[in-house]
Design a protein around this ligand. Structure first.
Ligand code: GAR
Length: 213
């Protein structure tokens, strides 16, 4: 049985999707947040999952927070660390510690639009496709070998909120599938890229462009 530790900062809807997917051969051993008020913590605790909150503001430095976080994670002997809306930049030592066994989901088709406000930026640029990316975490923000990507059509009347909602639905399909593939041993990083199966495990052109015609 492989242990998964999920890190969140807020509502944790991706965390919920992964828990509810009940990936064969794996269990969610713990959910850890950097904000004590993260709504996802209560959801996980209600389901009997171990939870912890490490308030990053209580630590004197990024290094001190990273060390405490690593201690909390390692107490659950993780095979995979899953960042699910974890909005905290992690130091190089931390990312190296979990190299090849820590994934993140980002709401854009990376390498486009790393960072914040991805949907606003995609709309401003007139993108016709938007989406989300699951990738292994490296020291560079929203960067690293791409595990899976999913795409949605951008509609003429989209707002950042409507686009975010459509992409989030796709995130909830894509992330559990990426975790399932990792747990099943179907993912290998070769030459800085993920090999072993198609990089796109889910793609949803929804609604189809013709539906607006
Ligand atoms: C998700 O849309 C996720 O892709 C994004 O935060 C949201 C968290 O929602 N992550 C990032 O922007 C990371 N750079 P959730 O808490 O409901 O899963």
């Amino acid at each position: 049985m492989k242990n998964i530790v999920i890190l969140i900062s807020g509502r944790g809807s991706n965390m919920q999707a992964i828990v509810e997917a009940a990936v064969p051969g794996a269990r969610v051993a713990a959910v850890i947040a950097n904000r004590p008020d993260a709504a996802g913590l209560a959801w996980a605790a209600e389901r009997g999952i171990a939870t912890a909150a490490l308030d990053h503001k209580a630590y004197a430095s990024r290094g001190a927070f990273d060390a405490a976080l690593a201690g909390a994670i390692d107490a659950h002997a993780p095979d995979l660390v899953v960042l699910a809306g974890f909005m905290r930049i992690l130091g190089e030592g931390f990312t190296r510690r979990y190299e090849g066994r820590m994934m993140n989901i980002h709401p854009s088709l990376l390498p486009a639009f790393p960072g914040l406000h991805t949907h606003e930026r995609a709309l401003e640029m007139g993108c016709k496709l938007a989406g989300c990316t699951v990738h292994f975490v490296t020291a560079e923000l929203d960067h690293g070998p791409i595990v899976a990507q999913g795409a949605v059509s951008v509609l003429d009347d989209d707002t950042p909120d409507s686009l975010a909602a459509r992409v989030l639905t796709l995130e909830h399909q894509l992330y559990p599938e990426a975790v399932r593939r990792f747990v099943a041993g179907e993912i290998a990083v070769v030459g800085g890229k993920v090999a072993g199966g198609p990089g796109v495990v889910a793609s949803l052109l929804s609604p189809a462009p013709s539906s607006k015609a």
